[in-house]
Design a binder for this molecule. Structure first.
Ligand code: NAD
Length: 280
């Protein structure tokens, strides 16, 4: 039976480290402040935004909340971002995605000052990651690196297969694993013989958005398996992209859903906010 990589526990440790750092900064008269913008009232987005505000309160980060109407124009949104870019008391700017269809997400992300881009989605942040320069890193993949390191998983020289090539998970994940000296393969929807590719992995990171797709037949004995997927099953219970029951018998370590990668995303957002003061 695989060892469980406990994201809930590790994310709590990271949040407590952020809390200490925020308190130390406060003593020097420097307060951390995150501005969160939501356009429209998508219920899932509202839950995410509330969780972010709660995490800020726990850590001692000031949060500014902008709840804009669904009909807000792209120009109005970019105007607000420009004002927040200018404000010295605002360290991080986060625009909750997805945005309503009439707004171009790429244009909005590009409008954020890269020094305040705590989500790590700005092209400049992605470029900096690509060439090994300092900058913000997308929170979910950054959280996975913390999970692996803090669980003593050896990355250097290992074969890592990442399933998924999205801009927010798969691609930055591949760059981070490369930075840690893994030998990286990216698999995606057009990959031939996915099973055979996955079977070669010492570390298998699954971010495909397909509930319980990866069963034990995709996993090498003793591999480390990281499940990024989040879904609700037919009983309204959370599950991942990995079929936990069979894979946990084949792997040496595995993240559960819930309680694996999920809690790390907010913890890393908080870390980016606290660290932003050093970049600014
Ligand atoms: P996405 O839909 O943008 O990308 C999915 C990727 O999987 C694509 O690149 C696609 O090529 C690949 N894929 C799809 N079907 C495949 C197949 N049959 N074989 C091989 N590859 C296939 O999704 P995303 O935004 O990267 O998210 C992936 C999953 O992770 C989703 O379930 C999402 O909800 C979850 N997620 C979780 C967190 C978290 O905090 N835990 C954060 C982001 C995303």
């Amino acid at each position: 039976m695989a060892r469980i990589i406990d994201g809930k526990m590790i994310s709590t440790i990271i949040k407590d480290e952020c809390k200490e750092k925020a308190a130390a900064l406060k003593k020097q008269g420097r307060e951390v402040c995150l501005a969160v913008i939501q356009v429209g009232s998508d219920p899932a987005s509202s839950v995410y935004v509330n969780n972010k505000k709660k995490a800020c309160a726990y850590i001692g980060i000031n949060s500014l909340s902008y709840e804009l109407e669904e009909k807000t124009t792209q120009e109005e949104l970019i105007e607000l971002i420009a004002k927040l870019n200018e404000r010295k008391d605002v360290n991080g700017i986060l625009v909750q995605l997805p945005l309503p269809k009439h707004i171009d997400e790429n244009a909005v992300i590009k409008a954020i000052d890269p020094k305040k881009d705590v989500d790590g989605f700005h092209p400049q942040s992605v470029g900096a990651l690509c060439i090994g320069q300092p900058g913000f890193v997308s929170c979910t993949p950054a959280g996975i690196i913390e999970l692996l390191k803090r669980s003593d998983v050896d990355i250097c020289g290992k074969r890592c297969v990442i399933i998924g090539r999205s801009n927010i998970v798969g691609k930055p994940m591949a760059l981070l694993m490369l930075r840690e000296n893994a030998t990286v393969t990216i698999a995606h929807s057009k990959t031939d013989d996915l099973r055979e590719v996955c079977k070669r992995a010492d570390i298998l990171i699954v971010a495909m958005g397909k509930p319980k797709f990866i069963d034990a037949s995709y996993v090498k004995e003793g591999a480390v398996v990281i499940d990024v997927g989040i879904h609700r099953n037919e009983n309204n219970k959370l599950c991942g992209d990995v079929e936990f029951e069979s894979v946990s018998k084949q792997a040496s370590a595995i993240t559960p859903v819930p309680g694996g990668v999920g809690p790390m995303t907010i913890a890393m957002l908080m870390k980016n906010c606290v660290d932003s003061i050093e970049l600014q």
